[in-house]
Write a protein that binds this ligand. Structure first.
Ligand code: ADP
Ligand code: MG
Length: 355
């Protein structure tokens, strides 16, 4: 089912929690809705589920307006951060609940419960009650209950946040497997960008009650559409420089330590540009091969790489390129002159308009 959300607005007292939220999801795809705590993600889901009435805006299921439909008739499955199971019901009874509520026949209920129990990998635990299950198993029951009746839309609100890292990986792979098998249109809400990239076909970033950017996961990772989203996704370094066209598709960027040519699909009049890049796409050179001069400020061993901060004329630049042997050599050498190498093919160029 194709979901369309059009210009949702919602105020709590004088506070505007949703300030015009719009997006759509193609049938069977998963949208990861990514944003910091308090930006309005849960409110958006509650409005879509019909648990909260919007002040204005529309929700369409396959083109049909469901904004006024009561939650029950929307046929939506929901999973929250905490499992919210019926404590006195067994696993079987919890999963069967939505089927019974819809008046399904006993044979159909038992067939479906068996199928779903297998899908969420709880076979053999059907007669246990929630207090006899681990947190991860409880969350599996919640997922099973959400998909038990044939729902059109699955809403997952930070379903892994309360779990530890190992369980998170296991349960996210179960969720992905269910996605592929059932092909239910899904919104996966999270504040964690790694989770968003792992779960979403599409990613929407949300700040302060509005969607800032929307793109497929690959585009969102490599070339986020807005500067605000880019910064949120780890493009924390920013340099300003000038760019000039060599031909309509190629520009030359000028840095103190040299020039760099790259493909360019922006406007014809380059001029001043901001170059944004991730720490992992920058490393330091002790031999002066970099594009930018600076002085070593600090370096911190972080396991897979060493995070080095370099003070430059354009502010602090964070480098996390992983040449581990080199980083051994620089630990404790604050103040040393270095140059910064940048993998500009992975950088994001934004026209600042200034000349
Ligand atoms: N029922 C409510 N009454 C008043 N304020 C609310 C209510 N629900 C949410 N809010 C406020 O709306 C904002 C968005 O909340 P929420 O949608 O829960 O954010 P998120 O899920 O992204 O963390 C927050 O500032 C929150 O305090
Ligand atoms: Mg929330």
């Amino acid at each position: 089912m194709k979901l369309e959300v059009q210009d949702l607005r919602k105020k709590f007292g004088g506070f505007e929690a949703l300030r015009g939220v719009s997006f759509s999801i193609p049938s069977g795809k998963t949208l990861a809705l990514l944003g910091p705590s308090g930006c309005g993600k849960t409110t958006t889901l509650r409005v879509i589920a019909g648990l909260l009435k919007p002040d204005s805006g529309r929700i369409l299921f396959d083109g049909e307006d469901v904004t006024e439909l009561p939650p029950r008739q929307r046929n939506i499955g929901m999973v929250f951060q905490s499992p919210a199971l019926f404590p006195n019901f067994t696993v079987r009874e919890n999963i069967a609940f939505p089927l019974e509520a819809r008046g399904k026949k006993p044979e159909e209920i038992s067939r479906r419960v068996k199928e779903v129990t297998e899908m969420v990998e709880l076979s053999g635990l059907e007669e246990r009650r929630p207090h006899e299950l681990s947190r991860g198993q409880q969350q599996r029951v919640a997922i099973g209950r959400a998909i038990a009746s044939e729902v059109k839309l699955l809403l997952l609100d930070e379903p892994l946040t309360a779990l530890d890292a190992g369980l998170r990986a296991e349960i996210s792979s179960t969720i992905r497997m269910i996605q592929r098998k059932l092909g239910i249109t899904t919104i996966y809400v999270t504040h964690d960008q790694l989770e968003a990239f792992a779960m979403g076909d599409f990613i929407a970033t949300m700040f302060d009650g509005t969607i800032d950017a929307y793109a497929d996961a690959q585009t969102m990772y490599a070339k986020p559409p807005t500067e605000k989203t880019a910064r949120f996704l780890g493009f924390v370094n920013r340099l300003e420089t000038s760019a000039e066209h060599l031909d309509p598709e190629t520009i030359r960027l000028v840095f103190p330590g040299g020039e760099f040519k790259m493909k360019w699909h922006g406007s014809k009049t380059a001029g001043k540009v901001a170059v944004l890049f991730r720490p992992e796409d920058a490393s330091i050179s002790l031999e002066g091969e970099g594009l930018l001069d600076g002085e070593l400020s600090s370096s911190m061993f972080a396991g897979r790489n060493t995070v080095t901060r370099v003070k430059t004329s354009q502010g602090m630049i964070e480098c996390a390129g992983n040449d581990s042997s080199q980083y051994q050599a620089i630990s404790g050498m604050a103040g040393r002159k270095v140059t910064v190498k940048i993998d500009l093919n992975k950088a994001l160029l934004i026209e600042t308009g200034k000349t």
